[in-house]
Write a protein that binds this ligand. Sequence first.
Ligand code: NAX
Length: 328
Amino acid sequence: ARTPVTVTVTGAAGQIGYALLFRIASGQLLGADTPVRLRLLEIPQAVKAAEGTAMELDDCAFPLLDGIDIFDDATQAFAGANVALLVGARPRTKGMERGDLLEANGGIFKPQGEAINAGAADDIKVLVVGNPANTNALIAQQHAPDVPAERFTAMTRLDHNRALAQLSKKAGVSVSEITKLTIWGNHSATQYPDVFHAEIASKNAAETVNDQAWLENDFIPTVAKRGAAIIEARGASSAASAASAAVDHVHTWVNGTAEGDWTSMAVVSDGSYGVPEGLISSFPVTTKDGRWEIVQGLEINDFSRARIDASVGELAEERDAVRKLGLI
Ligand code: NAX
């Protein structure tokens, strides 16, 4: 049997945590031959609820689940972590300004970055799900100077999967026939789902669909505002789909993208496509042997350029705001 991989999950007692932990423990995150050891982090008031979830995980008798430990201390929770899923965050509540939101999350992601720096395994891979995900990832990354910056990523895979679903419905094809879709920028309403390089059954998707009005007035806003539509319909925010996307993100990072395809991940920019270096922005990426690379050389038309620039501009503003607050 292989040595167990240690996976730390924060916000373990939350609704995404509840959907996520069972998928990890069943082997869907890392594969059917990889045992996992879970380390759960919660705030003290939610530790009891996390213990309840751990009881249920025991009761599933998952053959791959090697153990579960629960903490309310970040340093302990991240000790020896090979994979860290940062799900717990401070949500925006009524009357809260963006500055307040960033500050409250800085208070979570700064110490978590420090804890990862102090004690995570050398091969640590971090996925930030908790919002504002890109900027929370930037804060954590900035406080983990000994960890290579490329190990900190934020989740736009749910947006990517939402875009796949919308395009598959429009084109009347299975999602498995769609490749090379891209989410650019921030995981927020400014994100840009790009079909101009996407392919449907190996033919250009934008040309196949050939409906610019649908693209502008339907597809882009539907993908960008899907989170709000789920809350409206379900009375609660996306949970199982978010957990599924987190599983996809890590699985793809570890196991690689298919030949001739790519995925969307928010990763530290190297300046590609005019995205300022250091921002954690969503790009088209390929993965291989546990490493990601930004897809190079795509031609960006004017329509895409304006939307990418707007979303990246928002990320730069968030970075400047957390800088001003002394969080990075
Ligand atoms: P819940 O409020 O159900 O759960 C969050 C959990 O995090 C709670 O149990 C809370 O006690 C815990 N928590 C808070 N501070 C913590 C800390 N310092 N350390 C450890 N745990 C802490 O939220 P849920 O619906 O699970 O969503 C979690 C986060 O995911 C939110 O920030 C949400 O906005 C974000 N999302 C991100 C998505 C993405 O695509 N990137 C999509 C789904 C989701 O909206």
